[in-house]
Design a binder for this molecule. Structure first.
Ligand code: NAD
Length: 373
């Protein structure tokens, strides 16, 4: 049984690790929520609100520890700040995690309680879907707060943002081809898509229409089958040997950190360009390693921003055409990042992060000055 001293020591250690995590990532605010009646345990991390309210989805995951959940939410919220900034949106970066098994612990009461907690943040944080949180779950949250996006179309929302994300990734891939090969056609290019879930399926459809030769790998037989409906020419490959294939483009569309020392020792592609968040296991090390190997890396937070653009349009009154046309700007934004990286001989991730940080700094200052009377 814990003594009062044990609890005080544990609490002190926790606070110090939250604050040190915030300090390391330059986060503005981290809020923990606990509700015993519904079993809700959640953390909201607000990374930066200089450009506007922090927007980012809620992920429900059975984290092995609170520390793991905290690390995830701090990392993800920071990525959202970069994504919003480089995309030219007037939004900050935030993210939420609910700790628990989505299959057995998620309930209407829990989601509504979470919605109430989000409401208490007064609009500094706006939530949306993420892993294991569906549009139906968002509907429950929306019963308790208006600071929510990603509602179904019948309720005036943008619905599933994945097709918009896939469109942006496809355009980011074309921009990468222009930089690497001198023209943006993907016809005949050999592309390996890892993960054919919601985004991957839409992406293989675009690639099929353009005449690319598509290899896919997924752990879900059901999703592989659905992908083959979208693009009957896809060729399914096994995990083993996947990174040894003779390909032009690797498109990570499943998990983060698949671009690492091991995969990079095998990959022989010219481009890495996909939808997954946090593709580089270590941004500095593997960003540099891509460059050294002559692989053009399309920064994930730049080319997968279609989903964020989609939910941001919802805040203005949803319109799919506007979401798609704003997403088209990803093409030029990617070319701009590649040009800076080329001219300054730096990794593309470094160029993209610097552009995002500069916008947060310069435009953020102007927005702050609006409130000076
Ligand atoms: P999803 O859950 O629909 O699909 C993920 C797919 O990856 C599934 O088919 C799953 O079976 C597969 N997968 C899981 N583990 C795997 C493994 N070890 N090897 C191979 N395949 C594996 O997710 P999604 O919405 O398509 O998103 C894909 C990625 O893009 C995620 O990293 C997500 O964070 C990111 N992303 C998605 C959006 C969006 O709008 N959905 C926006 C930005 C970023």
């Amino acid at each position: 049984m814990s003594t009062t001293t044990d609890l005080a020591t544990a609490a002190a250690a926790e606070v110090s690790s939250v604050l040190s995590g915030m300090l390391a990532g330059n986060h503005e605010q981290v809020v923990h929520f606990y509700d015993p009646s519904t079993g809700l345990k959640a953390i909201v991390a607000i990374h930066n609100t200089h450009l506007g309210p922090a927007l980012g989805g809620t992920r429900m995951w059975n984290y092995r520890s609170e520390a793991e959940a905290l690390t995830d939410v701090l990392r993800l919220s920071r990525g959202m700040s970069y994504k919003a900034a480089i995309t030219g949106l007037n939004l900050g970066g935030g993210k939420a995690v609910i700790i628990g098994d989505a299959k057995t612990q998620k309930s209407e009461a829990m989601l509504r309680r979470f919605g109430k907690f989000v409401d208490g943040l007064g609009g500094r944080y706006i939530t949306a879907e993420d892993v294991n949180i569906s549009t139906r779950d968002i509907e429950y949250m929306a019963m308790e707060t208006k600071h929510v996006t990603g509602l179904p179309e019948i309720l005036g929302g943008g619905g599933d943002p994945s097709p918009v994300t896939a469109y942006g990734v496809y355009l980011g891939m074309k921009a990468s081809a222009k930089e690497a090969f001198g023209n943006d056609s993907l016809q005949g290019k050999k592309v390996l898509v890892q993960g054919v879930g919601k985004v991957g399926q839409s992406l293989v459809e675009y690639l099929g229409k353009e005449g690319a030769k598509v290899f896919v790998y997924d752990i879900s037989a059901e999703n592989l089958k659905a992908a083959a409906v979208k693009n009957p020419a896809i060729q399914v490959v096994e995990a083993e040997g996947m990174f040894d294939l003779d390909i032009d483009i690797y498109a990570p569309c499943a998990l983060g950190a698949t671009v690492n020392t091991e995969s990079l020792s095998r990959l022989r592609c010219a481009i890495i360009s996909g939808a997954a968040n946090n593709q580089l296991a270590d941004e500095d090390l593997h960003g540099q390693l891509c460059k050294d190997k002559g692989i053009l890396y399309a920064p994930d937070f730049l080319i997968n921003a279609g989903g964020l653009i989609n939910v941001s349009i919802e805040l203005e009154g949803y319109n799919r055409e506007r979401a798609m046309s704003k997403t088209e700007r990803i093409y030029d934004a990617a070319l701009n990042v590649f040009a800076i990286a080329r001219e300054e001989n730096i990794p593309t991730i470094q160029a993209a992060k610097r552009l995002a940080e500069q916008r947060i700094e310069s435009v953020g200052r102007i927005r702050l000055s609006h409130s000076i009377r």
